[in-house]
Design a protein around this ligand. Structure first.
Ligand SMILES: [Zn+2]
Length: 514
């Protein structure tokens, strides 16, 4: 007698979409992200089976109803976005009420067919088990092979043995990254946007603004891994394979950044803020300021797969609200931590999309989904045009400027000793950014940045208009903290999204020297 197959397919089908989503983003997610969702979903799937078993009194039959129900749960939103534009004449059929009704009828029909059937469904159960297991194995295989292939690069760290202990005054240090904040002249040329009031606002408060500054890279993680380790990522002791898009080594380089290590060794408390972007969430900070019930990127993406995504008030607007409050909170509480000395790291995903502030802080929602994509990714996913991008960007910068100047005033007024402040774009805007094509990208936009410095003694003799982020802390650590780092040549590199480590030196294009 053959054993009766147990209907594993329900559990497997329930966890497949979260696993697949993870595998598609494996290059930037930590495995810890799966620790809660996978067991939780498995338990819910088991519960759904148990409830149906109580009704149908047959486990294979219960599974034959539960599995399609889970499929519809995970793919309902995709189906909805697919049919949403459908119309017959003036009659709009792509509405949720119709879709939900049709699908409910389908599920009820499945239920009755299964209920009335007299078969044992053993073969069908076996087939479904095999198919579902293959899907799960493929997704898991992608994750495992990624982790194994790139394991060595991911555990690499940068040594701080070239740094010397420093005894002297320890001013507070603020490193504020305004993601995607472009340079004044480029904003004027490309976006017809006059940002001079803000730049003058910084200068009148004692800042040095480098007005020919470029970024070293066009991507957040490359830029931060470099600036926080005082060197180009190509020069760091980590093999970054040009054939991979695994970004986890960059997370390690960023979190283990030499700059953080130096200040912590000097007795500084590290203060940071929730960013909403996993790779820059600095959870190891001594003081980590987070909004309540913030979701991680992965959790956001996962919820976006479910019908909850369509309950606007419940999810979409909440995500925009969280993003707004993270930015406002970081600016309002920038210097609030009552510790000394302190190193404050604030990465604001703004003016980078999503666009959520009008010029006076009005609530804006630029897309029906919460999506952090920039450049061609955003245009493709949202249908946004370049002109719309620019209009949104200008408004967002305008409001951000008021937050930044208020934060600077607050910090300067409340610092017992004058602090060091860097306010910097990690790269420029993305209105003419093509993620897969250097030729189709307007490089001077993507690689020109806001780059402003406040030094306690106002001695800006080491700074210069073309300074790039790789040199920011080389100069600061040498000038104020007894280190000896000569500035490196300022270079800018473009790389595509799919091959972040296949660098093209585009310095001559973005920073023509005459
Ligand atoms: Zn960025």
């Amino acid at each position: 007698m053959k054993n009766k197959p147990l209907p594993w397919h329900t559990l497997l089908v329930a966890i497949y979409p979260p696993l697949y989503l993870f595998s598609q983003n494996v290059e930037r997610l930590e495995l810890a992200e799966l620790v809660i969702p996978i067991p939780a979903i498995t338990a819910l799937a088991a519960l759904s089976l148990a409830v149906l078993y109580l009704i149908l009194r047959d486990l294979p039959k219960a599974a034959l109803v539960a599995t399609p129900a889970w499929l519809l749960f995970w793919y309902y939103t995709d189906l909805y976005w697919f049919i949403e534009p459908w119309k017959i004449g003036d009659f709009w059929i792509g509405r949720q009420r119709y879709l939900a009704t049709v699908l409910a009828v389908v599920l009820v029909a499945v239920f009755f067919v299964v209920w009335r059937s007299r078969k044992k469904h053993e073969n069908l159960t076996r087939i479904l088990n095999v198919v579902a297991a293959c899907l799960v194995l493929m997704a898991a295989g992608t994750v495992v092979s990624y982790r194994v292939t790139n394991a060595r690069a991911r555990t690499a760290t940068v040594s701080t043995s070239d740094m010397v202990a420093f005894e002297g005054p320890l001013p507070d240090v603020y490193y504020v990254i305004l993601d995607g904040y472009g340079r004044q002249d480029i904003l004027a040329d490309l976006m017809d946007f006059d940002n001079s009031a803000f730049i003058e606002g910084l200068r009148s408060r004692g800042f040095y603004v480098a007005d020919k500054a470029c970024s070293n890279y066009g991507q957040t993680q490359l830029s931060l891994a470099s600036s926080l380790n005082l060197d180009y990522v190509q020069a760091l002791p980590v093999h970054l394979d040009p054939c991979t898009d695994d970004r986890l080594p960059l997370n390690r380089l960023y979190r283990g950044g030499k700059v953080f290590a130096f200040f912590q060794n000097e007795g500084y408390s590290l203060v940071s803020f929730a960013t909403g972007f996993n790779p820059t969430e600095l959870l190891q900070a001594d003081i980590y300021v987070t909004g309540h019930s913030d979701l991680t990127n992965y959790q956001t993406m996962l919820l976006g797969q479910t019908p909850l995504q369509l309950m606007k008030r419940f999810l979409v607007e909440r995500q925009f609200d969280h993003h707004r409050s993270r930015i406002i909170q970081a600016m309002e509480q920038l210097g609030a931590a009552q510790v000394a000395p302190k190193f404050i790291f604030a990465h604001l995903v703004s003016p980078h999309p999503p666009f959520l502030f009008g010029s006076e802080g009005q609530l804006v929602t630029d897309y029906h989904k919460y999506d952090m994509g920039d450049g061609s990714h955003r245009f493709k996913r949202t249908g946004m045009t370049t002109d719309e991008y620019i209009a949104y960007y200008r408004d967002q910068v305008t409001y951000l400027n008021t937050l930044v100047l208020a934060a600077v005033d607050d910090v300067l007024a409340n610092s017992p000793e004058p602090p060091i402040i860097i306010i910097q774009g990690d790269h420029g805007p993305g209105s003419h950014l093509h993620w897969e094509s250097l030729e189709d990208t307007y490089l001077p936009e993507r690689l020109s940045i806001l780059n402003a410095y406040y030094f306690p003694d106002g001695d800006y003799s080491q700074l210069y208009p073309e300074i790039t982020p790789v040199n920011s802390f080389r100069i600061i650590l040498s000038q104020y903290f007894g280190q000896d780092y000569a500035p490196l040549p300022d270079h800018s590199y473009y790389s595509t999204w799919e091959a972040p480590y296949a660098f093209s030196d585009v310095t001559p294009i973005v920073a023509p020297r005459d």
